[in-house]
Design a protein around this ligand. Structure first.
Ligand SMILES: CC(=O)SCCNC(=O)CCNC(=O)[C@H](O)C(C)(C)COP(=O)(O)OP(=O)(O)OC[C@H]1O[C@@H](n2cnc3c(N)ncnc32)[C@H](O)[C@@H]1OP(=O)(O)O
Ligand SMILES: N[C@@H](CCO)C(=O)O
Length: 312
């Protein structure tokens, strides 16, 4: 009879750590080490800034990571040069027969449109279907998370009365989950979106677990039990001045925008912002790479199996 240790006991952590150590040692001894293949679908208009933000988070780990940048061909980007895309990005046709240990689907400033109105929606649906067969674990960010929750589970998007904009307190709901290992009980993360996902739909979705949430900003981090679909409703990857740039852009465009909350000291945009979410952004991406991707992905990516959503 295997020893069943309830995941709430500290002994579980010790046993988990010991097993992970043994696994690493055996893998290292057999040199079963290869770079993790991570595909990044970059939907942000500020593509170069987003590439840098994500690369910085993926690089801060002893694991070797090989990043592949993916663009959509059904939308012509206007905020980055065609030469940059040609030089550094793949198209889905170029990668759709490959397999990846992880994929990241970024946010996009299209949240006020219906998903079906977004010109790359059909292509994105193909890529999200690809995540079930050719990717071990997919991390969806902000609008990418809203799109994934809608596509995979039919969870509805709702327009907010005002942009959820600023840096909000979050608390860990499932401390034993490896994705939040090392998190403080209360931590900060930035949000920048005009929409939220139906809490009623989320609570009725048996495949999803809420791992962290905010009283003000709602569910922040959700995952299926096996960690193959992960949803981050927020922008932990943002740099110190990303919200500042969005705020000044929207003011310049005459959009109805309030000062981002809890970001500038005394909410004074003339002061340098407080960068209070960086540590947990690094932890989130490192935990994802270490405990969800590296620990579980098959050494031979050809063994990737399709996971039915009912298995969550
Ligand atoms: C409740 C409210 O007040 S909603 C107020 C308006 N807010 C929104 O619509 C959500 C946030 N979006 C925005 O405000 C604007 O898109 C901004 C300010 C972010 C950027 O505006 P602009 O610089 O003029 O760019 P534009 O709006 O044309 O497109 C920005 C990006 O959105 C995306 N986008 C816009 N329209 C589409 C579309 N039909 N399909 C797919 N992507 C689109 C693209 O990524 C585009 O950048 P890219 O072409 O370089 O890829
Ligand atoms: N909210 C961001 C886009 C990604 O969420 C913006 O206002 O540009």
């Amino acid at each position: 009879m295997p020893l069943i240790i309830p995941k709430t006991l500290p002994a579980y952590d010790a046993l988990y750590e010991e097993n992970v150590f043994v696994m690493h040692r055996e893998r290292a001894a057999s040199q079963h080490i290869r770079p993790l293949e991570i595909l990044i679908l970059n939907l942000m208009p500020t593509k170069i800034a987003t590439e840098t933000q994500i690369a910085r988070l993926l690089a801060n780990t002893p694991l070797q990571v090989h990043m592949t940048l993916l663009q959509t061909v059904s939308h012509e980007a206007t905020h980055v040069s065609a030469a940059h895309l040609e030089a550094f990005y793949k198209t889905f046709d170029e990668v759709k027969h490959n397999r990846y240990d992880g994929m990241i689907i970024t946010g996009a400033p299209v949240e006020t449109m219906d998903f079906e109105q977004v010109d790359y929606w059909p292509e994105l649906c193909e890529i999200m279907d690809f995540s079930e067969t050719n990717v071990y674990s997919t991390l969806h960010v902000c609008w990418g998370a809203q799109a994934g929750l809608y596509y995979h589970y039919g969870i509805r998007k709702e327009l907010l009365p005002a942009k959820m904009f600023g840096v909000f307190e979050h608390r860990v709901i499932r401390p034993s989950n490896p994705l939040v290992r090392g998190f403080d009980e209360v931590f900060y993360a930035p949000h920048s979106r005009h929409t939220a996902m139906s809490r009623e739909d989320i609570d009725h979705c048996s495949a999803l677990r809420i791992l962290a949430e905010s009283d003000e900003a709602g569910p922040f981090l959700m995952s299926t039990e096996n960690g193959r679909q992960i949803f981050v409703i927020g922008h932990p990857e943002y740099d110190k001045y990303t919200l500042d740039a969005e705020y000044k852009r929207d003011v310049a465009k005459g959009l109805p925008i309030a000062v981002p909350k809890n970001y500038y000291p005394n909410d004074d945009p003339s002061q340098p912002p407080l960068f209070r979410w960086r540590a947990h952004a690094h932890l989130l991406y490192e935990n994802w790479l270490n405990y969800y991707v590296y620990q579980n992905t098959p050494y031979d990516l050809g063994e990737m199996q399709r996971v039915k959503h009912s298995e969550g």
